[in-house]
Design a protein around this ligand. Sequence first.
Ligand code: G3P
Ligand code: CA
Length: 238
Amino acid sequence: MKNRGMIAIAHRGASAWAPENTVAAFDAALEVGCRAVEFDVRLTADGVPVVIHDETLERTTNGKGRVAETNWLDILRLDAGSWKHPRFAGSRVPSLEEALQAISPCAQPVIEIKVPINPSMVISLLTRYDILTDAVVMSFDENILASLRAENRKVVLFQLLDSWSPKAVRSCRAAGITGVVMKFDQWALDRAMMAKELMPHVWAYDVNDPGAAAACGAMGLDGVITDFPDIVRARAEA
Ligand code: G3P
Ligand code: CA
């Protein structure tokens, strides 16, 4: 993965304007020229990787219960759009493969894995779509990233950090992780400088206004994850 200056990554698609983690939100991000789109992956009861943030279905669909206890065919029937606005009625929870189909022809998929997953399934899918060295796979769970690295030495892995830890960043480097991602309010110039010495890619998430994007630029970060890619992108990529 090349360093292309600072990029704005659409968080769960253009999630301020369209229902998060749906093809409608991915399309909205692509329409405003986003070069990268983040989304979240969980597993259904029958082992299908699906794109949804929460452990449970209630907030973003008309379903009930845990994703991990619901089969794919039942998730497929749910409306994942009406909660945002009636005009999105009929939007579905995409599978991981459907998300890659929507995003990868135009932009870089940034795949956050929320739960332990069969690493060979992820690597096969990225290989099939010819995006093994272009897509980013990230997680808060270092064990998930370690399992992916053990499966394939080329896949691009970023560690999400809950809080600043120089020790964790050094461990990431030793583990073949090439990026760290942390919430905007956790970054400071000295932290960013240290991270950049160790990592090719240093990103912030929760960057939802142009001022925050400018602050990330001043710290030398190279990626900002935002719900408002239309607003933040112009400042981030200027
Ligand atoms: O991209 C990082 C960010 O997505 C992590 O937090 O809760 O929005 O998945 P969350
Ligand atoms: Ca996420």
